[in-house]
Design a protein around this ligand. Structure first.
Ligand SMILES: Nc1ncnc2c1ncn2[C@@H]1O[C@H](COP(=O)(O)OP(=O)(O)OP(=O)(O)O)[C@@H](O)[C@H]1O
Ligand SMILES: [Mg+2]
Length: 252
């Protein structure tokens, strides 16, 4: 992806803001060229789905112009309800056998018609008795939606990753974990929280919860009587949701 002197832009379309970075160079020798973010009006993104395509593409353009993000190629990620991640255990089989049968195996784990999803998979472990496979599926309309927003902004979408694995890649590149290191990676956004428990470079439990920053803020305010000066997002959590977040976090 990073050719000679070529740069790529990383785009994070969140429900509260759009973030972008431009990187240049090669893996292990990357330079941060520019970065910037701009807030989105409320209800532009709901459950990861872009409701206002033009607003999103305008804000992407605006971030690029105001923060000198000049790369044409854009890498981004998806998360939310339309992304399904599952670790499945299959009998031992060759790569070709797996490729031929993956749709059939995935079908029982994905609550959507396979014709409507974009599916990818990776073998995470192999033993004499089993093949562990991580499957990732996302509704096609969601991917098309994101691609359109990027294209309308005059950019070219080149990779659409899953947010939680993009974060895992950042962790691996920056911390080079050993095989036995176990960590929990949390990405707490305004409306979604990704949790990924990673052993070495293997994802053991990727999951997404709708409890996020809004819940954390309510919980922190309740716990410490603190207030947060920025305006609350429209989907601010109820005290019940913030208690659920506390329970979620303490059970990890
Ligand atoms: N200094 C701060 N202290 C506490 N919370 C903050 C602070 N700055 C921003 N936030 C909160 O963090 C959230 C923004 O996080 P982020 O930009 O990761 O969300 P997002 O990517 O837009 O949302 P999502 O990924 O859930 O769709 C907002 O709810 C915002 O109010
Ligand atoms: Mg986010």
């Amino acid at each position: 992806m990073f050719g000679k002197k070529k740069s790529v832009a990383g785009l994070d379309i969140g429900s509260s803001s759009i973030k972008m970075v431009e990187l240049e160079g090669k893996l292990n020798n990357l330079n941060l060229v520019s970065l910037g973010f701009e807030n989105l009006p409320g209800d532009t993104i709901i459950d990861g789905q872009i409701m206002e395509l033009n607003v999103v593409s305008d804000v992407i353009q605006s971030v690029c112009t105001n923060h000198q993000v000049n790369a044409t190629n854009v890498v981004t990620g998806v998360s939310g309800h339309s992304v399904i991640l599952k670790n499945i255990v299959l009998p031992p089989m060759s790569k070709d056998e797996l490729e031929e049968s993956i749709d059939w195996h995935a079908e029982e784990h994905i609550p959507y018609d396979l014709a409507d999803v974009s599916l990818d998979y990776q073998v995470t472990a192999e033993t004499e008795d089993s093949t562990n496979v991580l499957i990732a599926a996302c509704k096609r309309e969601r991917i098309d939606n994101i691609k359109q927003a990027i294209q309308l902004a005059g950019k070219t979408p080149v990779v659409i990753d899953v947010d939680t694995f993009a974060l895992q890649n950042c962790y691996e590149v920056n911390y080079t974990p050993t095989e036995d290191d176990v960590v929990t990676l949390l990405n707490i956004g305004a409306s979604t929280m990704n949790v990924n428990i990673v052993k070495g470079t293997r994802s053991l439990l990727p999951a997404t919860s709708p409890l996020a920053a809004a819940s954390s803020q309510t919980y922190c305010s309740e716990a410490w009587g603190s207030t947060f000066s920025r305006p609350k997002p429209s989907n601010a959590a109820s005290p019940m949701q913030s208690r659920a977040l506390k329970k979620n976090l303490s059970s990890l």
